[in-house]
Design a protein around this ligand. Structure first.
Ligand SMILES: [Cu+2]
Length: 121
């Protein structure tokens, strides 16, 4: 009987450990920073990385020219920021592991080079 109780206590400890691991994972900051320079139609980053799950994207546009950030996979739009100039904006996307594109949807900007790759693992 005593052995059974100890086994149950051990199982309970394992379950608690699993829960705390999950909590740690979800509170791990998963933030991607993107920036746009004062002039030039591009982002400061060409390739950015994040862990799968809920991802916070912080976009700082230093230009007077309006820009935004859109996240897509193939033709599937997964999230987008506000279109801003000389300020910072934030949005969230929830992504599985894989390779995604980010780009600016202001006409002409993506074609001019305002795009990059987001690698989620
Ligand atoms: Cu733009």
């Amino acid at each position: 009987m005593r052995r059974l109780v100890l086994t149950l206590v051990a199982a309970g400890a394992l379950a608690a450990a699993a829960v705390s691991t999950a909590a740690t994972t979800t509170t791990t900051p998963n933030v991607v920073h993107l920036g746009a320079p004062v002039s030039a139609l591009k982002y400061d980053q060409k390739v950015v990385r994040a862990h799968a799950g809920r991802i916070k994207i912080v976009f700082l546009n230093r230009s007077a020219l309006k820009h935004n950030v859109n996240v897509e996979r193939g033709e599937l739009e997964l999230g987008k920021s506000a279109t801003i100039s000389r300020s910072t904006t934030t949005f969230f996307v929830t992504l599985k592991a894989g390779k995604y594109n980010f780009y600016c949807s202001v006409p002409g900007h993506e074609d001019a080079g305002m795009h990059g790759t987001l690698i989620v693992s």
